[in-house]
Design a protein. Structure first.
Length: 63
């Protein structure tokens, strides 16, 4: 859950030159509770950046 104790939320917010806004959010409850405290995030910051910067999104802005 996004607002659970120990949970983390990572956001990449990008406004492209073609005015298409990309907002990629990952909520990682890995830190929530005793069982998940040592787990790595499901998506890294670099992976989120790659999703937001992927040129394939430009096709959506042309429709």
């Amino acid at each position: 859950m996004p607002h659970s104790p120990g949970a983390t939320e990572t956001v990449v917010d990008l406004l492209r030159r073609d005015h298409l806004r990309m907002r990629v959010t990952a909520v990682d409850p890995a830190g929530a509770g005793a069982n998940g405290a040592d787990k790595a995030p499901l998506l890294t910051l670099d992976q989120l950046k790659s999703l937001a910067l992927d040129p394939a999104w430009a096709a959506l802005g042309t429709k």
